[in-house]
Design a protein around this ligand. Structure first.
Ligand code: IFM
Length: 443
């Protein structure tokens, strides 16, 4: 039985996010977002780089979409920039912003590609951060309004909606570890952000159902279901604590299970839940998006503030220093299927940062990325045969782009971008996808 053998209706896609690829930071009526501000903080982003130009997809989308079509991708996951659509966070809608995404969707459709839109991928308008951002409850109403505008203005051309990308990163990297915008290090604010992100998601889904639109709507998580470093009971408990704090606090409320007892009881942490919130969060969703890259073992650590820490891995690592652990993806999908009762899943991101170079012939021989992708795709094929309800896979990323605090130093694309000229060079991994999608992945 060939390993890379997928059902005919399996969705093959590739993904990006607005701040990472669009550029045109000061065009089309776009206002500043928290990453514009954060990248000006000395030392926050490598080399003080920002998304002002990125890979300039705002002007190169036609060429990018033509290449996606040539490679055989059937769905493009992009994100809508809130500061482009409602520059003042709430209130007046910017027609130029809407027009850009409408044209993008039309171009996708002309090329036989479905439009999968993420409503929020981290570019909060700065004006809303000035009011407290995700730590302040007012963001929920603002997000619901913004999502409502997206549904009303783009509902006829978006084929799949993702409310929010990676709530973990928004709440913890942004408000606890302080390595992402807005760069806050405060557990109380982080827990408030957790709850408001969950509530914003539920509130947007509730609003969506009232529109009568039929495209599926879901959320994308980057779950962490780490293995314990040893068989000691303390390490096993540590792994469960990590899963509860990093993953269950997002997944459980959406699935109607409330906040996990390990977090609210054992760790004694609390969320600003008001009456009716949990019902709003628990709106039925049509699918679950899973972003997976790596996994590290977790052990009990009495000195760590949250009682656990990650331990070194032995596996090969990418340029991010992330170990390649395909089995971690299996752990996640099996666990999610179990807790969700089989809601369809899509891998909405999976990919590898490599040390890519363009050779004299204009080729990029990214063998390590292909090795990584092949291992994960083989596992996906096996899992589907074992009954895991996995419906699609989006490669992260279509093109090299702004990798947040790492600036442009990390290349995740299956297409190389020469940032000086904006010339695109499909890497060997792009042709690997072309073959896998065409059903020739074994060749
Ligand atoms: O680039 C990011 C993306 O924005 C969210 N998921 C992880 C990717 C790689 O770090």
């Amino acid at each position: 039985m060939p390993k890379l053998d997928f059902p005919d209706d399996f969705v093959w896609g590739t993904a990006t996010a607005a701040y990472q690829v669009e550029g045109a930071g000061h065009e089309g009526g776009r206002s500043e977002c928290i990453w514009d501000t954060f990248s000006r903080v000395p030392g926050a982003v490598y080399g003080g780089e920002n998304g002002d130009i990125a890979c300039d997809q705002y002007h190169h989308y036609r060429e990018d979409i033509a290449l996606m079509a040539e490679l055989g991708f059937k769905s493009y996951r992009f994100s809508i920039a809130w500061p482009r659509v409602i520059p003042s966070g709430t209130g007046k809608v910017n027609p130029e912003g809407i027009a850009y995404y409408r044209t993008l969707c039309e171009e996708l459709h002309r090329n036989g590609i479905k439009a999968c839109a993420t409503i929020y991928h981290w570019d909060l308008p700065q004006i809303l951060q000035d009011r407290g951002g995700w730590a302040d409850r007012s963001v929920v109403e603002a997000f619901t309004e913004y999502a409502g505008v997206c549904f009303a203005e783009l509902g006829d051309c978006v084929d799949r909606w993702i409310t929010i990308n990676e709530p973990f990163c928004i709440a913890y990297l942004g408000y606890y570890y302080g390595v992402h915008a807005p760069g806050i290090r405060n557990i109380d604010q982080a827990l408030r952000a957790v709850h408001h992100v969950n509530l914003a998601h539920g509130s947007a889904v509730r609003a969506y159902r009232k529109t009568g639109l039929k495209a599926p709507i879901g959320i994308t998580w980057n779950p962490s279901t780490p293995r314990p470093a040893t068989r000691n009971e303390a390490d096993k408990k540590a792994a469960l604590t990590a899963r509860a704090l990093e993953t269950e606090v997002f997944i459980y409320p959406v699935l109607g299970k409330g906040y996990p007892e390990i977090v609210t009881g054992d760790l004694g942490l609390s969320f600003p839940v008001q009456s009716g919130d949990l019902e709003i969060i628990a709106q039925p969703i049509d699918f679950i998006g899973v972003n997976y890259y790596n996994e590290s073992p977790v052990a009990f650590d009495g000195k760590a503030p949250l009682t656990y820490s990650s331990k070194p891995s032995w596996q090969d690592t990418s340029e991010m220093g992330w170990p390649t652990v395909p089995q971690g993806l299996k752990r996640q999908l099996v666990w999610i299927q179990e807790v969700s009762g089989g809601i369809p899943m899509y891998i909405t991101e999976n990919g590898y940062a490599g040390d890519d170079k363009v050779d004299a012939e204009g080729r990029v021989h990214d063998r390590e990325r292909i090795r990584y992708l092949r291992k994960h795709l083989e596992l996906c094929g096996d899992l589907i045969k074992e009954g895991i309800n996995l419906k699609g896979y989006y490669a992260w990323s279509f093109a090299d782009n702004f990798e947040w605090a790492y600036g442009y130093t990390k290349r995740f694309g299956i297409v190389y971008v020469d940032y000086a000229t904006q010339k695109r060079y499909p890497k060997d991994s792009a042709y690997f996808f072309r073959d896998v999608i065409a059903g020739y992945g074994e060749w």
